[in-house]
Design a protein around this ligand. Structure first.
Ligand code: CTP
Length: 417
């Protein structure tokens, strides 16, 4: 007899790879978005089993999910073939995680009452796996005290997790909370609950992006940093349970869900935001490409163009080195753990070692920004981790994966390894 699956925390860089997910689809208009959730889970390497309520099948056909997951769909608790082929206990036992999307007011009420009267509720009541609810319903149904009490009961008594609902314009023409969380956010929540939580409760500050130093109200001195590496680090730390504050310079990259973000423009603004954020931080990761110089005098009004051939001089003054200031302020204390980046084009390791010492940090992530597929504005990176014990090369890869390998080192340094 096969018992329930033993659930282990997974590599946070790919927690869905090979994970068994049971996706329970409720009968609401957002059921069509559950197809996208199934698609994204499958793309991330999960083995997805779908169970649907009768009402869900009125909105989307089981065939859609069968085609997306390449697996039979469980629709009827009382069907001899469904129970024989799939079986609600098997779906409950094999799951690493159960996702309910959309979790309608009706499903939530039935689950809160401990009901097990159809394919979906019987899988959920029987499972020992974590259950993630993605509520979706009319705004008044959501705010109804009974629905709120039911959700609280599921969270407090049964330990269920929730993602969303989002706020916006709903299919019922109301505007407000009740919208199914974005499929990408549901999948990220799933990744979070499957991942090892080795940064749980850790207060981690990430600075990211470039800074813009004003010449006049419309012009600035800046650099080519996109913010991708820093945003990837913030998302990765959040997935591992950290309480993340992101201080983000001008960047087109959207900040990750669940991260407290402060948007800044100049090095001076970044300095103020950092002073506040780092007060009680456990870890500070300085990914930001902070401008080393700013115009000495920013004009109040737009500077007018001159004659052809006329020259113009912008006098620059050096900005403070924010990481070095943090290192100095920390002195001999061990908190916060300080991580710097070193963007180099030559003598990468040697220069990174110098920065490790001069900025008094614990780890320097050395980056050859001249190497193709590495550094600014690309989705991949190739870095070397330099600390007092030596230098370790991280295989080139997507910034989302490299971020986790950097955090692995942060976790190790925090535990004195
Ligand atoms: N940094 C900082 N304040 C600055 C400039 C850089 O805190 N004014 C931080 C960056 O966030 C990064 C580290 O210092 O973590 C190294 O940045 P980098 O640009 O590689 O080095 P610099 O110190 O600016 O030195 P150089 O440009 O001469 O290599």
């Amino acid at each position: 007899m096969s018992g329930p699956r033993v659930r282990q925390p997974r590599d946070p860089a790919a927690p869905l790879e090979g994970a068994r997910i049971t996706l329970c689809v409720g009968g609401g208009i957002a059921a069509y978005k559950a197809a996208q959730v199934a698609r994204l889970l499958d793309k991330a390497g999960a083995i997805v089993d779908v169970a649907m309520t009768k009402r869900a099948q009125k909105f989307v056909g089981p065939m859609t999910f069968q085609a997306l997951t390449r697996r039979p769909v469980f629709t009827d608790l009382f069907s001899l073939t469904d129970e024989a082929n799939i079986g609600h206990i098997q779906l409950a036992d094999t799951a690493d995680l159960v996702i309910v999307a959309p979790a309608t007011a009706n499903i939530i009420a039935r689950l809160a009452a401990g009901a097990a009267d159809d394919a979906v509720s019987s899988v959920i009541l029987a499972t020992k796996a974590p259950v993630l609810l993605a509520p979706s319903m009319n705004v008044n149904m959501w705010s109804h005290p009974l629905t709120q009490a039911n959700v609280r009961r599921l969270v407090d008594v049964a330990g269920y997790k929730t993602v969303g609902p989002g706020t916006g314009f709903l299919a019922c023409q109301w505007n407000g909370p009740g919208r199914l969380a974005e499929p990408t956010d549901i999948v990220e929540a799933a990744a979070h609950y499957l991942s090892v939580q080795d940064l749980a409760g850790v207060k981690l500050v990430v600075s990211a992006g470039p800074t813009y130093e004003a010449i006049d109200p419309v012009r600035f001195v800046g650099n080519r940093s996109s913010g991708k590496m820093g945003v990837a680090l913030a998302a990765a730390a959040r997935r591992r349970g950290a309480d993340v504050r992101l201080i983000l310079g001008p960047s087109a990259i959207p900040p990750p869900l669940g991260v407290t973000t402060t948007s800044v423009e100049s090095a001076a603004q970044m300095q103020w935001a950092l002073a506040d954020a780092t007060k009680d931080a456990d870890v500070v990761v300085m990914t930001a490409a902070i401008a080393d110089y700013r115009p000495a005098h920013a004009a109040d009004q737009k500077i007018k163009r001159g004659e052809i051939g006329q020259t113009m001089t912008v006098e620059l003054v050096a900005n403070p080195d924010l990481l070095a200031e943090l290192g100095k302020a920390r002195g001999d204390a061990t908190r916060p753990l300080l991580v710097g980046f070193a963007a180099e084009t030559n003598d990468v390791i040697e220069n990174a070692r110098k920065k490790l010492a001069s900025k008094r940090c614990d780890l320097v992530v050395a980056n050859d920004v001249g190497e193709p597929g590495s550094g600014f504005a690309v989705d991949t990176n190739h870095v070397t981790l330099v600390d007092r014990t030596g230098a370790v090369d991280v295989p080139a890869g997507p910034k989302s994966v490299v971020a986790h390998r950097i955090l692995d080192r942060v976790v190790a340094l925090r535990s004195g390894r």
